[in-house]
Design a protein around this ligand. Structure first.
Ligand code: AMP
Length: 177
């Protein structure tokens, strides 16, 4: 992707200090969503690493990963699968618990969302520590999905999520801070 386009996307991300708690610098991507041209550029950039590959499903993580993941799926002409916080999906699920800095969290996916051998991309808005993405990747592996790679709009490199996911395959991010 052209560096000018990347600069425009980077400039549109709003830094919100101390949200949702003191000490966190939140990367607010809603100004990108609100601008049709930038939104289209973001999705172009996120699908680019997978050009020419056969993709069956994009898996998006609750909640902003639904936006980026569903748009990627539409662009790639494949299906979309939501990974949701525990208790939100209506049908039979598989779940995985993972640890956060303080405490634990759980995510779930429908049992029939990915068939064994399907070719899958994981998508989320932002890669921080990689804990959430790692949990979603475990659900994909348990379902027998073949991971083509993970795609993030933003990566916070100082949190070393890329290292945490290195064992899972290729990790792509459009903007790194
Ligand atoms: P992690 O499991 O640490 O990689 O956290 C990833 C999830 O938390 C992503 O789905 C992000 O939406 C959200 N997140 C974590 N840190 C930030 C941040 N500084 N700004 C915006 N979103 C964040």
């Amino acid at each position: 992707m052209l560096s000018d386009s990347l600069d425009q996307l980077r400039a549109a991300i709003r830094d919100v200090p101390d949200f949702p708690k003191p000490g966190i610098l939140f990367k607010d991507i809603t100004p990108v969503l609100a601008d049709g041209r930038l939104l289209s550029l973001a999705i172009d950039g996120m699908v680019e690493p997978f050009a020419g590959q056969q993709v069956d499903k994009v898996v998006g993580i609750d909640a902003r990963g639904f936006i980026f993941g569903a748009m990627m799926a539409q662009r790639l002409g494949c299906g979309f699968v939501p990974v949701r916080k525990k208790g939100k999906l209506p049908w039979k699920t598989r779940g995985v618990d993972y640890s956060l800095e303080y405490g634990t969290n759980s995510v779930e996916m429908h049992l029939d969302a990915i068939l064994p051998g399907e070719r899958v991309i994981l998508a989320d808005d932002l890669l921080a520590t990689g804990g959430t993405a790692d949990a979603a990747l475990r659900l994909i592996a348990e379902a027998g999905g073949v991971l083509l790679g993970s795609a993030f709009f933003v990566e916070l490199s100082f949190l070393e999520g890329r290292e945490k996911l290195a064992h899972t395959g290729s990790v792509h991010s459009l903007l790194t801070f």
